[in-house]
Design a binder for this molecule. Structure first.
Ligand code: PLP
Length: 390
């Protein structure tokens, strides 16, 4: 081969490679029921923006001198979610993150800045990024046990707090745990804090998947938002309930906390209180567009839809005699005894210690559930007939 030929761009080869990759993705999405992310097609009007830089550098409340940003939309998004989470008017702040994990990191950072001597606490069912964020902040968190469905043991929290008299506390409440979607009750966390005599504390609610659907239930759901007697910060993921096609998220807190940080310590020494600094204006655009087009009634319909799919899944699994449950009636996650490897090879499901889950995101349909249950049933029938023949 002549050198010139080797340098020729291979447009056809590249196009074929991308097509193969895309079809592999379509195929995998047919059996995407075991993870909390989903995506819905972007509106065609949004596509041209993807070819242009949109950089929401730093604080969303401070506009840059350049025009290639979406901070005005980011403020609108933060306001909409702050309303949903019950933050007092005029006392809210937040920004669009790279995901739920950055939101957790931000919450813990703010908590530590306000209470430098604090001991950190989270439950054994907390997402792994909670321990990682604590480690990045040079803290080893105290791990609190849970009940058998994954909700924090508040008596256990009380005993752990009582071992550190006089020390402030930073507590992470998991509002929808990763495996079972159990919800730690912030009111009961506060009760344990009060009971243990901890007067200085900070609570972060990690509500990555369940934050919006739960908040839409208003007073019917446990209080975890930013209202009185609730949390100090809340984080959600944007690629879970809201269906952004790339990882992103939102963190919200009280503006008052932020202004206190400048008195406590030099928070960052710059007018940029975010972790990311250069931040995706496209993530803001997509999330803002999603909230704007769904509106409150669309969000409620979506939340209702995922709960109905989860209840359906639980019933269908029960019908074939496969052990399955939900940690609480509002969960869209169905926990089941881990299926055999042959089934997992076709249907990837997150699995921990003999338990797996199906997460009924808005992208999961009843026909996918039917196909999964049929596969599981066929395999168990096959296995019991071969066992009988042996
Ligand atoms: C997904 C998840 C996270 C992490 O969020 P990312 O957006 O993936 O960074 C944290 N906590 C819980 C409970 C989650 O479900």
């Amino acid at each position: 081969m002549r050198r010139e030929d080797a340098d020729e761009p291979d447009d056809e080869g590249l196009a074929a490679e991308l097509t193969t990759r895309l079809h592999r993705l379509y195929g995998a999405e047919q059996r995407k029921v075991g993870f909390p992310g989903w995506s819905t097609p972007l509106a065609p009007e949004l596509l041209p923006f993807l070819s242009h830089e949109l950089n929401n550098y730093g604080d969303p409340y401070v506009d840059p001198m350049f025009a290639w940003h979406t901070k005005d939309l980011e403020r609108e998004l933060v306001e909409t979610l702050a309303d949903l989470f019950g933050a007092p008017a005029g006392d809210r702040w937040g920004y669009v993150t790279t995901g739920g994990s950055e939101g957790i990191m931000y919450g813990l950072w703010l908590g530590r800045t306000l209470h430098p001597n604090a001991v950190f606490y989270h439950s054994s069912a907390a997402h792994s990024s909670v321990a990682k964020a604590a480690a990045l902040l040079d803290r080893q968190a105290v791990v609190i046990p849970t009940d058998d469905r994954g909700e924090m043991d508040y008596t256990g929290l009380y005993h752990a707090l009582a071992k550190h008299p006089g020390r402030p506390a930073v507590v992470v409440a998991s509002v929808g745990t990763t495996l079972t979607e159990a919800v730690d009750d912030v009111v009961r966390v506060r009760h344990a804090l009060r009971h243990a005599g901890v007067r200085e504390f900070y609570i972060h609610a990690d509500a990555a998947l369940s934050g919006i659907p739960l908040a839409l239930r208003g007073s019917a759901a446990p209080a975890f938002g930013l209202g009185p007697e609730a949390a100090d910060s809340v984080s959600i993921s944007g690629h879970k309930f809201l269906g952004a096609p790339f990882p992103c998220g939102v963190v919200l807190t009280r503006a008052g906390h932020l202004s206190r940080t400048s008195r406590v310590a030099a928070y960052t020494g710059s007018p940029d209180p975010t972790i990311g600094s250069s931040r995706s204006g496209h993530a803001v655009l997509v999330l803002w567009h999603r909230l704007r087009t769904l509106g409150p009634s669309g969000l409620r319909r979506l939340a209702e839809h995922i709960r109905e799919t989860a209840a359906y899944t639980e019933r269908q699994l029960a019908a074939i005699g496969w052990e399955a449950w939900r940690s609480q009636p509002m969960a869209c996650t169905v926990v089941l005894k881990t299926p055999p490897d042959e089934v997992l090879a076709r249907w990837p499901l997150a699995t921990v210690d003999g338990l797996s889950h199906i997460v009924c995101t808005p992208g999961v349909t009843r026909s996918q559930i039917d196909a999964f249950v049929a596969d599981l049933h066929a395999f168990t029938q096959l296995r019991s007939s071969t066992a009988a023949a042996a």
